[in-house]
Design a protein around this ligand. Structure first.
Ligand code: DLL
Length: 435
C-alpha cells in the first residue's frame, strides 16, 4: 500500500524536475535568510541561480555537524521564532547537542512522511501502535506519534523504559505494531522471557525499529522472539527526525528515501567526491521543503550504499542499504581502524553467540587494548559445564578478528542477558582512553 501515490511513484524524470525546482527555492531561501549559508556560498563563489540542474549540486558547499554546533542554538533557523512551533535536539551522544526547529507546516510534512512510513509497513487506521521511542527532545517519540495519529491508528505513547509495564501493556492492550530502538526490542524480549510472557501469543504483527545501527542477525532475533516482521526506519534530528526513510513491507531490503522532500547523495567519506551508483559511501542530505531549518548538503557521517534496482512495491523513490555504521565511529586500535559494524559482522558469523556485545577500548602503557564482551546463547551456556567449550569459542573469535580485521582482541564470553539492557539507544563502545 502507498499513502501518497501521486508523489511516491512519480516517474524519475518528473521527480527530478520537481527536485530541481524545490532545490532552487530552498537555496534561495537559505541564502537570503540564513547568514551562515550566505557566507559559505559567497566564499565558494556560487549564487543560488547558478544551480540549474541536479548535477550542479556538487558545486554547493557541504554543511557539517560542526557548522550546526557553531551556530548553537538557533543560528541556522530560517524563520523568526514566532513561526516556530516546536524545538527538538539531537541526543548528543557525542559532544554538544544540535537544536532544530519546526514551523506548523514542517510538523505537517513530518507527520505525512511518518504516515507514509506506517503505510509502507502495511499499517492502517485499524492498527494499535505502541510507541516506545522516548518522548522529549529526542525526535523519535513525537515524530512517530504524530505520524501514527495522522494515519488514524490508536497510539499508545509509552515512551522508553519501564520495561515491565511495557510488557503488561503489550499483553493487555493488544497493540498490533511496536516502534522502538532495535536494542530496546531485544531488552523487551529478554525481560519478557524472564517474566514468562508468551511473546509469540501477543497480537503484534509488525515492528518498526531505528535510531541506531542494527543488523540482519538482530532483525532475525527480534522476528523470532515476537513472531513479527521487523522493518528498518531511518532519520536524524538535523534532517527532520524519523521518517526520512523506511523499508517497505513488500521489499524489506533497503529503505526508500522520500525524494520529493529530500535529495540524497552518496559521497566519499574522506574526499567528499560524489560516488558512482552502488558504491558504499557517506549519505548527504538536502532538505527540499523544510521551512524552519533548511539544511543544505548535510554530511551525515552515516555509511550506506544506494540500491538502484526498482522495488516491487511500486515506489520510485531510491533505496539506501542498511546503515553500515558511521565514518566517525571508527575505533583506532594500535593504528588499525575498525568499525563496530565490522566486529559485529564477524561475531554474527558464529552461531553460538547472541547478537549482543560490548567493546571496551583502553590503554595499557602506550598500547591500545580492545576487549570484546559477547553473550553466548542459552544452549552453549547450559552445555558449557566444560570450560574447554568456551575457551574454544573464545579462541575462534580471536582468530577471526585477526584474520578478517587484522586486530588483536581479548575475548570475554559472558552469560546470556548479562550485558546492560538498553532503554533507548545503546552505546556499544566504551572508550576508556578518553576518560
Ligand atoms: O535517531 C531519529 C530516529 C528516531 C530515527 C527513531 C529512526 C527512529 P538522532 O538522535 O539525531 O535521530 O540520531 C541520528 O542515528 O545519523 C544514524 O547514525 C543513527 N540512526 C538512526 N536511524 C538508524 C537506522 C534519530 N535505522 C543517527 N539504522 C543517524 C542505523 C540509524 N542508524
Amino acid at each position: 500500500m502507498i499513502y501518497n501515490e501521486d508523489f511516491e511513484t512519480l516517474p524519475r524524470e518528473v521527480l527530478e524536475t520537481l527536485q530541481v525546482r524545490r532545490l532552487q527555492q530552498v537555496l534561495q531561501r537559505a541564502y537570503h535568510t540564513v547568514g551562515f549559508y550566505k557566507k559559505t556560498f559567497d566564499k565558494a563563489g556560487i549564487r543560488p541561480d547558478d544551480i540549474k540542474s541536479l548535477a550542479d549540486i556538487g558545486r554547493v558547499p557541504f554543511t557539517t555537524k560542526q557548522d550546526i554546533v557553531d551556530n548553537y542554538p538557533f543560528g541556522l533557523f530560517a524563520v523568526p521564532m514566532s513561526n516556530i512551533v516546536r524545538l527538538h535536539a539531537s541526543s548528543g551522544m557525542k559532544g554538544r547537542a544540535t537544536v532544530v526547529g519546526y514551523t506548523k507546516r514542517d510538523i505537517e510534512t513530518w507527520s505525512e512522511l511518518m504516515t507514509r512510513c506506517f503505510v509502507a509497513a502495511g499499517l492502517t487506521k485499524n492498527d494499535i501502535i505502541l510507541n516506545a521511542f522516548s518522548y522529549g527532545l529526542f525526535t523519535g517519540g513525537l515524530g512517530v506519534h504524530y505520524g501514527a495519529e495522522k494515519l488514524g491508528a490508536s497510539v499508545i505513547p509509552t515512551s522508553g523504559g519501564n520495561t515491565k509495564r511495557q510488557l503488561m501493556i503489550l499483553q493487555d492492550f493488544g497493540p498490533t505494531a511496536i516502534c522502538c530502538t532495535p536494542s530496546y526490542a531485544l531488552t523487551l524480549a529478554a525481560q519478557g522471557r524472564e517474566m514468562g510472557v508468551d511473546l509469540k501469543a501477543l497480537k503484534l504483527r509488525v515492528g518498526i525499529f531505528g535510531g541506531e545501527p542494527w543488523s540482519d542477525k538482530i532483525r532475525q532475533a527480534i522476528e523470532d522472539a515476537f513472531g513479527i516482521k521487523a522493518l528498518d526506519l531511518y532519520g536524524m534530528t538535523e534532517v527532520m527526525g524519523p521518517g526520512v526513510s523506511i523499508e517497505c513491507i513488500e521489499g524489506r531490503k533497503g529503505m526508500h528515501v522520500f525524494e520529493d522532500h529530500f535529495i540524497v547523495e552518496m559521497v566519499h567519506p574522506e574526499t567528499g567526491a560524489i560516488l558512482p551508483p552502488g558504491e558504499q559511501g557517506e549519505l548527504v542530505f538536502t532538505t527540499l521543503t523544510k521551512e524552519a531549518f533548511p539544511l543544505i548538503r548535510y554530511r551525515t557521517r552515516d555509511l550506506s550504499r544506494f540500491i538502484i534496482e526498482p522495488c516491487r512495491c511500486g515506489r520510485s523513490h531510491i533505496r539506501i542499504d542498511r546503515i553500515k555504521g558511521r565514518s566517525d565511529d571508527a575505533i583506532s586500535i594500535r593504528g588499525v581502524n575498525v568499525f563496530p559494524a565490522q566486529i559485529e559482522s564477524v561475531l554474527t558469523g558464529i552461531k553460538e553467540l547472541e547478537p549482543k556485545y560490548r567493546l571496551i577500548v583502553d590503554r595499557a602503557g602506550t598500547m591500545d587494548t580492545l576487549e570484546i564482551q559477547v553473550e553466548v546463547n542459552e544452549k552453549i551456556f547450559s552445555d558449557s559445564g566444560e570450560v574447554r567449550v568456551l575457551q574454544n569459542i573464545e579462541r575462534r573469535i580471536a582468530k577471526d578478528m585477526k584474520d578478517y580485521l587484522g586486530i588483536s582482541a581479548k575475548i570475554k564470553l559472558v552469560e546470556p542477558n548479562s550485558l546492560p539492557l538498553a532503554e533507548g539507544k545503546t552505546a556499544q563502545v566504551l572508550d576508556k582512553r578518553q576518560i
